[in-house]
Design a protein around this ligand. Structure first.
Ligand SMILES: [Zn+2]
Length: 330
């Protein structure tokens, strides 16, 4: 079985910039493709998979460049995302179709494309057209298993409704299908708790006890991530930074520039007290990083990316000053 950490997937949002792709009543294919591509990127990264985007904004990227990027990065799989269109409404102009190259082997590209469709079918589509062969440049010029997914017809109202309503589910289905191809189990991402809702009291209580045991400054466990707990977390951060980097920050529980500037960003693979504190903070915020063991593994990375995404930070899995500020509610 592969490890997600060893995989590089290229997610290619079709068209972009002056190239709108298909359009229907003001709806542009390039925008739909990018929305889905960004959601697929998030879904894959949340599983600890590395992703290369051929574009992350509304820019034009030549087809040759898209394929070259994937080849030069020695990617493991290439997926191009599109919306289909047809000049006139007929019975066939609806549903999902996944293309592989004319001569692509069925046991690689064909199987990967099929697995993605199986997962999309689970979510529900208007019609499953299936895997087809097509002479697309990005499929012809890429050296790895590759597919071009036409995610419904842009000139079919029901396909559009499904696309908008199920975007996140479709993105996760695509990620599941890709991981299945590599023999990796998809882990259900930890769901962030709605703000203001009662949090998992026991877990917060446990973290408050842990903070008190480890740093000992009289925090009284309440089962709620309250102001006293936030201040305690900042004190813990200051103690850890002083210990790790001899930062000599006054331990006052105030998250000022001196404390923030002392944070050296760290990521998956790191170990130690700061990692354990990050795990405690993720749990306090309602995310699931796994055991508080001071080992920054894929589960902690996935939880961190979810937290970052939900707080409008770059979901890069890197714990830096902005992330810590958000974690303590600053
Ligand atoms: Zn297209």
């Amino acid at each position: 079985m592969e490890s997600p950490a060893n995989l590089l997937i290229v997610v290619d949002a079709g068209h972009g910039g002056w190239d709108n792709g298909a359009q229907f009543e003001g709806r542009l294919e390039k925008d739909d493709n990018l929305r889905l591509a960004l959601a697929v990127e998030r879904a894959l990264r949340a599983q600890g998979v590395d992703v290369l985007m051929t574009r992350s904004t509304d820019v034009f990227v030549p087809l040759n460049d898209r394929a070259r990027m994937a080849n030069e990065a020695d990617a493991d799989l290439f997926i191009s995302l599109h919306r289909n269109s047809f000049p006139e409404q007929t019975e066939g102009t609806k549903g999902v179709e996944n293309f592989i190259y004319l001569t692509a082997p069925l046991e690689t590209s064909g199987r990967a494309a099929q697995l993605v469709l199986v997962e999309l079918n689970e979510v529900g589509v208007q019609r499953m057209i299936g895997v087809s062969r097509g002479n697309y440049a990005v499929l012809r010029r890429t050296n790895m298993p590759a597919m071009l997914l036409e995610m419904g017809f842009i000139n079919n109202e029901e396909d559009n409704r499904l696309f908008d309503e199920k975007l996140e589910e479709y993105a996760q289905a695509i990620a599941r299908g890709i991981l299945a191809y590599f023999g990796i189990n998809y882990r259900t991402p930890s769901q962030p708790l709605p703000s203001g809702e009662p949090v998992v009291e026991n877990e917060i209580y446990d973290m408050q006890e842990l903070l008190e045991q480890r740093y000992g400054f009289g925090l009284r466990p309440t089962g709620r991530f309250d102001e006293a707990t936030k201040k305690a977390a900042v004190i813990a951060l200051q103690i850890e930074l002083n210990g790790a980097y001899d930062a000599q920050i006054p331990v006052d529980g105030i998250l000022g520039p001196r404390t923030l500037n002392a944070i050296r960003p760290f990521r998956q693979g790191s170990k130690g007290g700061l990692v354990a504190l990050l795990q405690v903070l993720l749990i306090l915020n309602g995310y699931d990083p796994g055991e508080v063991d001071g080992n920054f593994g894929p589960k902690t990375s996935a939880a961190l990316r979810f937290f970052q995404r939900d707080h409008f930070l770059t979901p890069d899995g890197i714990a830096g000053p902005k992330t810590f500020a958000a974690l303590v509610g600053a």
